[in-house]
Design a protein around this ligand. Structure first.
Ligand SMILES: NC(=O)c1ccc[n+]([C@@H]2O[C@H](COP(=O)([O-])OP(=O)(O)OC[C@H]3O[C@@H](n4cnc5c(N)ncnc54)[C@H](OP(=O)(O)O)[C@@H]3O)[C@@H](O)[C@H]2O)c1
Length: 494
């Protein structure tokens, strides 16, 4: 097993109760409940801990247990009976009517009983995995029902995890934010982007911070351009209702900008929430805003052939399933360096990666030889978790010939170790239970993200002729215009 250096202790979060709203939903079944089970199995839950699941569907205990068993199996767990039994022993289900004050009275009384049973002093993490339209009403009802503790009262706490999407435009996100802040303080609101919980994403910052050889070269002196790819092999997977309202840009922009930030932001002094967020904010503030002509020149939107025939999709839907765009970062570090992004569904493969392409040598013996881009730092986030650097080295033999060689850092060299480490949702749950907001998105960050996206969405709505929707074959890496975006600047995707 690889040896670790310092900071290796996994902190056990504070004793608390977790209340999951939307427990009968798809996300709960696929991600949240398996993450809760994973934390129990890995013994990463707080010392005193209970889970109260709620959904609108009435569920008998046996039906609940059978749902949970199926969810665990689908997530790849085949729990031993005693492990599953211990998990079930800590949870119960409460049918919800989220609009009714009565429900919150019943909830409050039950939470008091559970607190007493588990020896917890009103420390409660509410996880809102309901449709976004229910976020604000539920938080208001929690407040009205006396379920949100005063954040200044240190003896007890209430935190709220809000699922994505956080609004669908600058206006709706601002309105949601203002609404939530009437009932809860910023330090009680934990806005999720599960990408930030991924090990490999966090490793980018670790690699940059600990290795001068990397971070010292991440700037406009050495870097020619940066590419970010977020490809999905799958299409809608039954989520047409959600996707038709959102489209890819709204759905993915937060992930994309988080990847850009961890690659290109100035490093914080510490990984404490405030330092980290301050640097991320500076990075987001330096994203150059698009003008209307720049959207037409720098952004490609696409839709895969066959999308219109998917169940639940409007016959003439102009919703994008793909986008490619070029942006710049207006600061000294990245002056003149283009960032190219491509993201899409049915793009032929599942791939999330960041490629930093270094400049060609300008001086020395290579000046007149075309060796392409000799160095690319590739950070693969999924499906593989590895970092590679391509180098040009001398080919063995008498002549001075060159060959491309790679150096590779496999982030998980020992697959047997994998089950020991928290997954992205597990990590985020640990952080929220520990009261650490570093990996969650701030209100300001959300606003800056929507401000960046707003001119682009406006241009698509108001000037569709200048920003046509390009059709691409299912399984292809987007339309030809995505290639053109780089080609016209003498480049191509890695
Ligand atoms: N699914 C994903 O892959 C995914 C990924 C990222 C983010 N999210 C976000 O996670 C949240 C849940 O998504 P989901 O896919 O799990 O949705 P879903 O399958 O439709 O489940 C929604 C859950 O909320 C409850 N619910 C439905 N309508 C409600 C309403 N008007 N008020 C209160 N509760 C209501 C449902 O209860 P009953 O079924 O018992 O009626 C169910 O428990 C959404 O905000 C979504 O954007 C989902």
């Amino acid at each position: 097993m690889a040896e670790t250096l310092g900071f290796c202790e996994e902190m056990r979060p504070e004793s608390c109760g977790l209340i999951l709203f939307g427990a009968t939903g798809d996300l709960a079944a696929r991600k949240i409940l398996p993450a809760l089970f994973g934390l129990c199995e890995k013994n990463l839950i707080p010392k005193n801990f209970y889970m109260l699941l709620s959904g609108r569907t009435p569920l008998e205990r046996s039906a609940l247990e059978s749902r949970l068993w199926t969810a665990m199996n689908n997530a790849g767990f085949t729990p031993a009976p005693e492990t599953f039994g211990a998990f079930l022993g800590r949870l119960e289900y409460l049918q919800a009517d989220y609009d009714s004050a009565d429900f919150y009275r019943v909830l409050s009384a039950r939470l008091d009983e559970l607190d007493a049973k588990y020896g917890i002093n009103k420390k409660r993490l509410f996880y809102l995995a309901t449709p976004p339209a229910a976020f604000e009403p539920i938080v208001n009802m929690l407040k009205a029902g006396g379920l949100l503790a005063d954040p200044l009262d240190c003896a007890c706490w209430s935190r709220i995890i809000i699922e994505k999407p956080y609004g669908s435009s600058l206006e709706t996100a601002s309105s949601l934010d203002a609404g939530l802040k009437k009932a809860a303080a910023e330090n009680q609101i934990y806005r999720i982007d599960h990408f930030t919980g991924k090990e490999t994403v966090q490793n980018v910052l670790a690699l940059r911070s600990a290795n001068h050889v990397l971070d010292g070269t991440l700037n406009c002196r050495f870097v020619d351009h940066v590419e970010i790819t977020v490809f999905e092999e799958l299409g809608l997977e039954g989520r047409a209702g959600f996707f038709e309202k959102m489209g890819l840009a709204r759905d993915m922009m937060s992930h994309i900008l988080q990847l850009a930030a961890i690659t290109a932001m100035d490093l914080p002094e510490t990984f404490r929430d405030t330092d980290f967020k301050a640097q991320k904010k500076r990075f987001f503030e330096s994203l150059r805003p698009y003008t209307r002509p720049e959207v037409a020149a720098s952004v490609v939107r696409g839709q895969y052939a066959g999308y219109l025939a998917e169940p639940g999709v409007a016959p003439a839907s102009a919703v994008e399933t793909f986008m490619a765009f070029r942006f710049e970062v207006d600061n000294d570090r990245w002056l003149g360096v283009p960032f190219y992004v491509r993201a899409g569904k049915k793009a032929g493969k599942k791939q999330t990666s960041i490629d930093v392409v270094y400049k060609k040598p300008e001086r020395g013996i290579f000046r007149h030889i075309d060796i392409g881009y000799p160095n690319v730092l590739s950070i693969c986030i999924q499906p593989e978790e590895k970092v590679t650097v391509s180098l040009v080295s001398k080919h063995p033999g008498p002549k001075l010939c060159f060959a491309e060689r790679g150096m590779s850092l496999d982030y998980r060299p020992d697959a047997r170790e994998a089950p020991r480490y928290p997954t992205d949702y597990e990590r985020l749950l640990i952080e929220a239970m520990s009261g650490d907001q570093t990996l969650f998105l701030s209100s300001l960050e959300m606003r800056l993200m929507w401000e960046f996206l707003a001119p682009l969405l406006e241009a698509w709505t108001e000037a569709p002729d200048e920003n046509p929707l390009r059709v691409y074959a299912a399984g292809a890496p987007g339309p030809a215009q995505a290639e053109e975006l780089l080609k016209k600047e003498g480049r191509s995707w890695v």
